[in-house]
Design a binder for this molecule. Structure first.
Ligand code: 13P
Length: 252
């Protein structure tokens, strides 16, 4: 299975800049054996798709979704709307949405299940805060977050989700989690998945790391067993830097 690297632009780049980013990125040399996604703001999905055309690299990833198909849910976006843009991945439960928008494990689970029904792979984000790590609650927090988020997903022969381990204290802080420490968390997550879906999917599911990943430290993560890719915020905003990060992840 290829490694997976997803750019998360967060709340950067409206349609004009999104189109320009995609065109610039498509001109870059990229490793063949790497899966790449870009998580763009909803209002920029159309522009990103237009610049991508039929190209599937990078894959289009949404940053948010609502769990109903349609209805009186002002401001929300349904999985079927995302399908119209050719979205194949969608983040759920990102710590910034948990913190600023009150997204809970229960909401994350509903979103993940709705995405699966629409044929979009949920990228379930989990991770402990600095206080929780200091209190030695890391394992129990991520166990609970993962178990709840995947509770309504069905593994129809293959892994129905990607899990992103993003320790909150490592996000945007310039203080990346040591790869060995990240691996410990990934192992905990893999065990939860094994209990839910059995040994084959436990091996196959991609668990990616996020938090201050750069083109300089990506290699250390990619060469650590059990880390199957990365979710990259700040270092994805410049298309050339992000392409360099992708090349550093899987050297030719
Ligand atoms: P940074 O790479 O900016 O730390 O952000 C990580 C993140 O939250 C990706 O979803």
């Amino acid at each position: 299975m290829n490694k997976l690297i997803i750019a998360n632009w967060k709340m950067y780049y409206g349609p004009v800049k999104a189109g320009a980013w995609v065109r610039a990125f498509r001109r870059e040399r990229l490793p063949k054996d790497l899966d790449i996604g870009i998580a763009v703001p909803s209002v920029s999905l159309a522009a990103a798709r237009a610049s991508l055309g039929r190209a599937t690299i990078p894959a289009l990833c949404a940053q948010n979704v609502f769990w109903e198909k349609e209805g009186a849910y002002t401001g929300e976006i349904s999985p079927t709307m995302l399908v119209e843009f050719g979205v194949s991945l969608c983040l759920v439960g990102h710590s910034e949405r948990r913190r600023y928008l009150g997204e809970t494990d229960d909401m994350t689970a509903k979103k993940a299940a709705a995405l699966q029904k629409a044929g979009i792979v949920p990228v379930v984000c989990v991770g402990e805060t600095e206080v929780e790590r200091k209190k030695k609650q890391t394992k129990s927090i991520i166990k609970k977050q993962v178990a709840k988020a995947v509770a309504d997903l069905k593994p129809d022969g293959r892994a129905p989700a990607v899990i992103a381990y993003e320790p909150v204290w490592a996000i945007g802080s310039g203080k990346p989690c040591d790869p060995v420490m990240a691996k410990e968390a990934h192992d905990v997550i893999r065990d939860v998945i094994g209990s839910a879906w059995g040994p084959r999917i436990k091996d196959e599911i991609r668990i990616i790391y996020g938090g201050s990943v750069t083109d300089r430290n990506i290699h250390a993560y990619m060469t650590t067993t059990g880390i199957d890719g990365a979710l990259v915020g700040g270092a994805s905003l410049d298309p050339r830097t992000f392409a360099l990060l992708c090349r550093s992840a899987v050297p030719a």
